[in-house]
Design a protein around this ligand. Structure first.
Ligand code: MLC
Length: 498
């Protein structure tokens, strides 16, 4: 299991640097182990038991990581939450997950404390700073979970429902995923990862951070991605691996501003979480002398498909199934496999596929085909030589800067406003963000809301990245015979110019 591999590194190379947060002291594997053990003792002292949910809404800092490792170590379920969630959204996650313990940023204490009495399952909230080292906690720890089925983490995602649901990721899922990536991407103990992603998502937490720790490698942790310093660090020659979403790669590319900067000393630069635009793939080759390795994953599975470390990295393609992963393209109506080259739904099977959604048996059933394949909701085809290419989404989903935004969730927030009679939220193409959230709103008769007021209303309810960047008032929305808004028509119309 992942935790066992990490424990072995901690024993065998206690002095090697595991993590180095920018502006802080390097943390050795031995120190990481000791701090995680103290965090585990802290959790036990709080009465946390296997299966309990421990929620954390923290900036990117060492205590977040030690808490994550400690929670999994004692068999409890780690629930990482985006610091961008406003209190209202946060309350939903804590309530739905039935979190017993909530660890939050001391800087937000006053804002968050007001929430706590509304959460009966929550026994304690604990506010910490980035310097927290769980000092004082001690005592014997239980052995790490042995059962691959046991849930390690819970990550919220929305899909087609208007409320997010918690995807349950088991220890076996994490282990299968990280082993596959280790093999496919040739992770090495002497790798040095420049870590610029948030760590409350699969990409930054599992693919990047677990990837480095599983290899016994070192990660330099940037609290936030900023193109200019990140490019300087990449040029410095100190790193061998970098992972980003297309928006980050776009900003790095723009930062070069036409100068040729050779980054080919990095042995691996990957792109994921959203489709990599072709011009950026070629632009990277020209400007950085790097062929980005594009891969495909999702919260429910971790990574599924990847272009190869050695061999052809095909522009526009997300590559082939990772070791241990099965992928197929089926006709959506019949779920029968389609021949090479035909577009259908991508379905996935393997030990890395999640267990189901927390307390959502219906949604869990709907996520899988009758013969047990995960329905990804992504459309694509498989070429005769086994490379997969994605062609769109069956689900109504927007991806902005590598973050998923689910229109029903945004529509729900807008409809809560008394001046909104009806609305539709779509993604319009955007050079920097991939897509931008745009809303079309029909106001109630007699109401004259302003776009700014409605956007501000959304921002009280939803993280800023989910809120419309643009909001237009319309008299009608294109609907089909059943009254369902035809989003494709909206996307093709004046709302999405260009
Ligand atoms: C920030 N903002 C966004 C945004 N990120 N708006 C739309 N989409 C986003 N993704 C907004 C903020 O709310 C703010 O708005 C303004 O942009 C600047 O905020 P910021 O925090 O300074 O943004 P910035 O640091 O520039 O962030 C951009 C980014 C970040 C690209 C670095 O979005 C990011 O780290 N994205 C990666 C997401 C990720 O890890 N996805 C993986 C999911 S896992 P205002 O109005 O308040 O000023 C997954 C599976 C898989 O998908 O396969 O990997």
């Amino acid at each position: 299991m992942f935790l066992d591999t990490l424990a072995a590194h901690c024993r065998q190379q206690p002095h090697k640097i595991a993590l180095h947060f920018q502006g802080g002291a390097p943390i050795s594997y031995g120190e990481l182990d000791a701090a995680s053990a103290r965090a585990a003792a802290f959790l036990l002292a709080q009465g946390i038991k296997p299966g309990d949910r421990v929620a954390a809404q923290l900036p990117k800092c060492l205590p977040f990581i030690t808490l994550h490792l400690a929670t999994m170590q004692i068999g409890a379920i780690f629930l990482p939450l985006n610091p961008a969630y406003p209190p209202r959204e946060l309350r939903y996650f804590l309530e739905d997950a039935g979190a017993r313990l909530f660890i939050a940023d001391a800087a937000r204490r006053t804002q968050l404390e007001a929430l706590l009495p509304e959460l009966p399952a929550l026994e304690r909230a604990h506010f910490i700073s980035a310097e927290e080292n769980w000092a004082g906690a001690g005592g014997p720890l239980p052995p790490p979970p042995r059962e691959p089925q046991q849930t390690a983490m819970m990550l919220y995602t929305s899909g087609t429902t208007s409320r997010p649901k918690g995807a349950l990721i088991s220890h076996g899922n994490l282990t299968a995923n990280i082993r596959a990536l280790h093999q496919a991407w040739g992770w090495r103990a002497d790798d040095r990862l420049l870590h610029a992603l948030p760590i409350f998502h699969v990409h930054g937490l599992v693919v990047a951070l677990h990837g480095a720790l599983h290899a016994g490698a070192s990660a330099f942790m940037l609290p936030k991605f900023e193109a200019a310093p990140a490019l300087e660090l990449l040029q410095s020659g100190a790193f061998s691996v970098f992972m980003g979403v297309p928006t980050m790669h776009r900003r790095l590319y723009n930062q070069a501003n036409g100068r040729r900067i050779d980054l080919s000393h990095l042995r691996l630069m990957t792109s994921g979480s959203d489709r990599l635009p072709d011009d950026l793939f070629f632009g990277y080759q020209r400007v950085f002398n790097v062929t980005l390795l594009e891969r495909y994953g999702m919260t429910e599975t971790g990574m599924n498909l990847s272009n190869p470390l050695h061999g052809e990295r095909r522009v526009g393609s997300v590559g082939k199934p990772l070791p241990g992963v099965e992928a197929r393209i089926v006709k959506p109506e019949t779920e029968q496999p389609l021949p090479a080259g035909e577009v259908g739904e991508l379905q996935i099977r393997g030990a890395h596929v999640f267990r189901g959604y927390w307390r959502q048996p219906e949604q869990t059933r709907a996520a899988f085909s009758a013969d047990g394949w995960l329905r990804t909701g992504d459309l694509g085809f498989c070429a005769a030589d086994g490379y997969f290419t994605l062609k769109g989404r069956a689900k109504d989903l927007i991806i902005s800067g590598g973050l998923n935004v689910y229109p029903p969730e945004v529509e729900r927030a807008l409809l809560a406003h008394p001046a909104v009679a009806a609305c539709a939220v779509i993604g319009c193409p955007d050079a920097e963000w991939g897509e931008q959230v745009v809303a079309a709103v029909i106001p109630r008769a007699g109401a004259r809301p302003s776009a700014a007021a409605l956007i501000a209303f959304c921002r009280e309810r939803l993280a800023a990245y989910k809120c419309p960047r643009r909001l237009e008032f319309v008299e009608a929305l294109p609907a089909n015979a059943l009254g369902k808004v035809q989003k494709a028509k909206l996307r093709a119309g004046a709302l999405c110019p260009g």
